[in-house]
Design a protein around this ligand. Structure first.
Ligand code: DSN
Length: 424
């Protein structure tokens, strides 16, 4: 249990809201694939005295005094990040994944340059050039897609043709809603053939890469990786950029993050990143990553056995994208609300070439990082998938209330762990 003695006495209003969220998380099942639970050690680092400190610059080269401990913390975080992902250089200052991507573009591009990235409705991300983002006005974004939505196969030939025709400076691979492994080698080769950087946004699968359950794009020639530090990696909310080998690129990235994009780094967050990287370097993290994927595949099998349509036909990672509109004749928005009422939290999501609007699309996206952190195995994940199907089919109050109770029991049997030492 976490204590909030001072908030309780000094700000009861905020205290009671935080308590409500704690209870929601403890009594519900979290299936949003970009969420996870951090250890108490990570939370302690986040609330440490490092939050008081300004540290513009980098270790050994700061613009403020009093940096003997911040330099040590940032250096430890950098060294652990490099070790986790096989990188020669790391920048751990990005405040989040969006900042990491924007700084990466700023470092590698001039305004007007072209980025070739995954189509947003095929699994790409807002920061990969969605028209609503400011960055889409600065750089030019062109797209590649899946060739076959039912298998997830990317159209690599078209990708290559587009790269030759559009002359991008970056070929970007990565996703927030794509359940399959990519042919990293093929994409890196295409990027290098046209003189572009091969960049992977592995925000979602960073923990799977660290745990050896997804391929590491650096092993296939990628130049740069951006990522968040939460999600499957199970650290604090934050971002990070890794550089495979080029010192020149590393220097550009450092300049782009600070002073190009950000001011003072959040040193409490960097300390928490360092703590979580140590947890991910623990051999037990490999078991965790493996179980995340096994659990996701187990859930996929239940839906497929029920005749449901999973985008790409299944999953190779931690997430699933279910076309609820064609499978159960319910919209993504309605499904999200209904399942939320039963204590099963996930998000509505557009599916590839969706005919419905983003605010109420055809799909839901869910995954297993959080359940696995709570110790769920394949049989329990199958049970959760069956509960979801029952709700999606029956939709009546009685079913929702009964499943809500079953969820409470399951959640109580798997409390959110405080520490990951010696834990799967
Ligand atoms: N919001 C994250 C996700 O859910 O995938 C990505 O930014």
């Amino acid at each position: 249990m976490h204590t909030y003695d001072h908030i309780e006495s000094e700000d009861p209003e905020v205290f009671s809201i935080i308590q409500g969220e704690d209870k929601r998380q403890a009594e519900g099942l979290e299936l949003i694939p970009s969420e996870n639970y951090v250890s108490t050690a990570v939370r302690e680092a986040m609330s440490s005295s490092l939050t008081n400190k300004y540290s513009e610059g980098y270790p050994g080269k700061r613009y403020y005094g009093g940096q003997e401990f911040t330099d040590q913390i940032e250096t430890i975080a950098i060294e652990r990040a490099k070790k986790l992902f096989g990188a020669a250089y790391a920048n751990v200052q990005p405040l989040g994944g969006a900042n990491a991507n924007i700084a990466m573009y700023m470092a590698l591009l001039e305004p007007g340059d072209t980025v070739l990235g995954m189509d947003l409705s095929h699994g790409g991300h807002l920061t990969h050039g969605h028209p609503v983002t400011y960055i889409s006005k600065v750089f030019r974004f062109v797209r590649y897609k899946m060739k076959n939505i039912e298998t997830g196969e990317i159209d690599y030939d078209l990708l290559r043709e587009t790269a030759i025709a559009e002359k991008p400076k970056i070929v970007l691979a990565g996703f927030s809603a794509y359940p399959r492994e990519l042919d990293w080698r093929r994409i890196a080769d295409i990027a290098h053939e046209v003189g572009a950087y091969a960049v992977a946004d592995v925000a979602h699968i960073a923990g799977l890469i660290a745990g050896g359950s997804a391929k590491n794009p650096f092993d296939y020639g990628f130049d740069v990786m951006t990522r968040t530090t939460h999600k499957t990696l199970r650290g604090p909310r934050g971002g990070m950029i890794l550089i495979r080998e080029s010192e020149e690129v590393a220097k550009k990235i450092d300049k782009a993050v600070f002073p190009g994009l950000q001011g003072g780094p959040h040193m409490h967050q960097i300390a928490a990143k360092a703590v979580s990287f140590k947890e991910a370097l623990n051999p037990a993290f490999k078991d965790y990553a493996r179980q995340v994927v096994m659990n996701a595949k187990a859930m996929a099998d239940v839906f497929l056995a029920d005749g449901a349509r999973l985008i790409t036909g299944g999953t190779d990672n931690h997430l699933l994208l279910l076309d609820v509109w064609s499978s159960y004749e319910i919209s993504g928005g309605e499904a999200e609300t209904l399942l939320d009422r039963a204590g099963i939290t996930l998000n509505k999501n557009s599916i590839a070439d969706d005919t419905r609007k983003p605010m109420d699309p055809s799909g839901i996206r869910f995954g297993t990082p959080s359940l696995t952190t709570r110790g769920f195995t394949t049989s329990e994940c199958e049970a959760v998938a069956k509960m979801m199907i029952e709700i999606l089919k029956k939709r009546d109050d009685e079913t929702v209330e009964r499943v809500r109770e079953e969820v409470r029991v399951l959640a109580a049997a798997h409390p959110i762990p405080e520490s990951f030492v010696n834990l799967v």
